[in-house]
Design a protein around this ligand. Structure first.
Ligand code: SF4
Length: 262
């Protein structure tokens, strides 16, 4: 687990980085991902997230100081190495996290640099900070992987600690701008798997008109050890992953609204 990798970075440098976007804080870079957007992808994992989802499997990305400071130039150079391969494999670059828009200036600059190299770009986001991006900046993002975690506002607050109104507003704005979305929905037995929740999210997703696909992500316990090591209070110890049938049933709700769901 990676923690405190950026702890030595002076506070003024952190602030300057966030303002200019000339430096970002990354937990890691992975190559060869097939699950973070179309084709084969390079994924940059940012640190910093202001949500506290009960099922988060990356709580080590919550604090920005757990990331390695990386200059925009260096990150761009890394992407340049892969640009031909990514094109051949119909892939691209995805920025995930953490919440990438905690570092919105860095994200925009990196996406712009990737686009200039002809690389397909995707943002994996909880959607709450979408209003940090201008309409012109949205054009630098070919695909938004948008988490919709819970429909009911109060239950959403219990699950994430935050309001879901900005998420839904961002989804509507992306629809108005005709920017493609893949919805991501985490299926957690006893928490998010009731029919009412799924049906509401499915109806909303279908109403947008720009949702190209829905990924139903089965809850898992792979991040549990991180909560323990970070001495955080993990409340889902007894929750089992959903059955294949439950995942298929959730997919069926989305499909019944005319969406592609996997
Ligand atoms: S939004 Fe993502 S990174 Fe942030 S707490 Fe939730 S699951 Fe974790």
């Amino acid at each position: 687990m990676r923690v405190n990798l950026g702890a030595d970075t002076p506070e003024t440098d952190v602030r300057r980085a966030l303002t200019t976007g000339d430096m970002g804080f990354l937990h890691s870079f992975t190559t060869g991902s097939r699950v973070d957007g179309p084709g084969v992808r390079v994924v940059g994992w940012t640190t910093g997230c202001h949500w506290r989802c009960l099922y988060c499997h990356n709580p080590d990305t919550w604090n920005m100081s757990n990331g390695i400071p990386v200059t925009l130039a260096r990150a761009t150079e890394q992407l340049r190495k892969y640009r031909h391969g990514l094109k051949i494999m119909s892939g691209g670059f995805t920025l995930s996290g953490g919440e990438p828009l905690m570092q919105d200036r860095f994200a925009v600059k990196l996406f712009t640099a990737a686009k200039a190299m002809g690389i397909h770009t995707a943002l994996d986001t909880n959607g709450s900070l979408g209003n940090r991006l201008t309409d012109a900046e949205l054009e630098q993002i070919d695909l938004v992987l948008l988490d919709i975690k819970m429909w009911d506002p109060e239950r959403h607050r219990q699950l994430t600690g935050m309001d879901n109104a900005p998420v839904l507003d961002f989804a509507r704005r992306l629809a108005e701008r005709r920017r493609p979305i893949w919805i991501r929905f985490v299926l957690v037995p006893g928490l998010s798997d009731d029919v009412e929740n799924i049906a509401n999210i499915a109806r909303f997703s279908a109403s947008l008109g720009n949702v190209k696909r829905v990924d139903v992500l089965p809850f898992h316990q792979l991040g549990r050890f991180k909560w323990k090591e970070l001495k955080l209070n993990y409340t889902l110890n007894d929750v089992q992953p959903p059955s294949i049938e439950a995942v298929e049933s959730a997919c069926a709700h989305f499909r019944s609204q005319g969406l592609k769901a996997f």
